[in-house]
Design a protein around this ligand. Sequence first.
Ligand code: LUZ
Ligand code: MOS
Length: 752
Amino acid sequence: MKNIDSHSHVRGESIYVDDIPERQGTLHGAIVTSSIAHGKILSIDYSKALKQPGVVRILTYKDIPGQNQIGGIIPDEPLFAKKEVHFQGQPIALILASTELEARLALHHVEITYKAKKAVVDPIEAYNKGMLHIPSRTFQLGNTTNAWKKCAHVIEGKADTDGQEHLYLETQGAYAYPVENGHITLVSSTQGPTAVQRTAAKVLGIPMHKIEVDVRRLGGGFGGKEDQATAWGVMAALAAQVCQCPVKLILHRMDDMKMTGKRNPYRSTYKIGLDKNLNILAFEADYYQNAGAAADLSPAILERTLFHCTNAYYVPHVTARAHSCITHIPPNTAFRGFGGPQGMFVMEAAIAKAAREIGVPARAIQKKNLLSNGQVFPYGQKVEECQAQPTWAGLEKKHSLHKIDKELQAFNKKHDHLKKGLAIMPICFGISFTNTPMNHARALIHIYQDGSVGISTAAVEMGQGVNTKMVQVAAKVLSIDASRIKIESTNTTRVANTSPSAASSTADLNGKAVEMACHALVKRLTKVAAKNLNAKLSDVTLKDENIYIKKKKSSFGWEALIQAAFLARVSLTESAHYSTPKIHFDKSKEKGHPFAYHVYGTAAFVVTVDCIRGRYDFDAVHVVHDFGTSMNRIIDLGQMEGGLVQGIGWMTMEELLYNQEGRLMSNALSTYKIPDIYSVPKEINVTFLHTDGNDMAIFKSKAVGEPPLLYGIGAYFAILDAVQQFNPKFEPEIYHAPFTPEKVLMGLYGDF
Ligand code: LUZ
Ligand code: MOS
């Protein structure tokens, strides 16, 4: 089944926040922000700005009737700065004017004086100063202290990853309008409608039931709108409440890049120990997360770094410590993978460095240590239905790894200034919110009198195709044509208390709720059919819009059945609640069973480095991935290709630079390079490893949102391999992604 949005997308008819026809009297917002990263506000003069054409009002912290607080996990983030600022781009006030241009022009007339304090941008510097959002956490398995003695090889090193801009096509935005009795309707481009509703209620000082948040779809989220759509939604709602008129607030691209947090950069140190047969016996690491000025989701992201610190490998002795460091840059946030990729990069760096020192290819160590059933993750969950070795074996066989290797060697012998590199990247990703209480969703289904169906869930469509999957679930369980089914907007009045669409879990959680509601409806309708056809209940089945008695098709179809049910006053509405069974986690012990299941796969990267210019091209990426039994191969392949390329971008070219004053230097698409069509691998081969899949995955079709991004890590190590083919002496002091062409040149010609 094709993505149900494809027609309206291609024709430009899909509605995003900025496409909503404007109501009469709509005011437009522009945000006054801090121009320094850290310091005190000494004075602000709004008088000139207030006199600018079109300006109606300027809102500051003084206009907030409720709490000036938007922090999600920790209440440490004001909506508008009061006396202190903690990052460049931190909101201070909201200018409201008749047009967007007038609001933006007035920004230049606000006069602010500051007393600047020193900005800290480096997480290790922050750590040394004791600047932490939460106490550090440690995951431990076995006993590393004793294990080092048994190791034939012990290698230490450092590995850093930079941040990543989400670059959703649709920038952040919201549109709010007052309705009667102090109620507010708020259209937001958010992954978390309930978070926006809850926070708006808190800031506006009204109960949640007075705010209805509605989300049709997002033009991309990638985690950037899991928590950080909230501020703009709340500002629009506040302005609508204060001014009693509709208020629209859409960020311009450069403002969005400046004000919003990104993937957390990490700096890490590690120690890895192997026996003489290349078994990894022990691994120790310290992860210094650059969290930014407020906690946002960073404490949860930190946790996922620990959950994925050993990637797809079994390590019997692990000590992993993680530190969420406060710095004076915008609060960093969720981004596809949610701290997992940052942790996995360190493991891969450790293996690569160990391989070099021991004198074996990294893949010899990787392969030797792949997970298998019955082993245990550092957090105590047992390894089950493990596909680490099968996907690796599939890659070797299906994509003739051996042959690729030989071809590379021959090529590199023949060419002086072109070198090819190869890296294998196995992945393992846990599916569920690591915070157990978040793993739930609901569905509300109406069957209308004419047999058409409307479905509301907690799922937010952000281009990932979740609405299409919801249609598939309902069509299959109700056994009706997909054209009868409409997916409604995600709305807090229809489906309340939702978790954000995140953690790769949206299709599973909401799909299961849809499945449950549809089963309940089918059960009820089957009774109606039995009664109307004078048949035994157990003989009646609903199939392909027909009623069958035993295996015989009756004359009674879907529409007639719905009519009969309606006339018999049988409810055609059903709501269902799903919460993931079996999962639990005890933070005091850092042990439990936090994930419904894991997703596995293995990828091979082949890159060609131009050893004169430092440029590189990816010749091919071959992937064998465990999709379970994919319910929609087109959508799943789209997630695979998109995630892969996004991961390659993070590892190779997306260089996010803050200067010492905490100013974002790469604040536009002229200075921040993301993958374009030319940087996509020339060949992407995806093999769907056929596995049964897991019952906790919807229709046994495994979660696919985040895992593909992790493969991108292989891009770094393929480039490293090629550079070392040219300059065997090259050994980076710190494995530091992204591996930009500048870094490649340094590696090719640096004297190491
Ligand atoms: N969000 C969250 C996530 O709140 N918890 C998670 O575990 C998670 N994982 C991935 C992406 N977003
Ligand atoms: Mo996400 S990083 O699953 O919003």
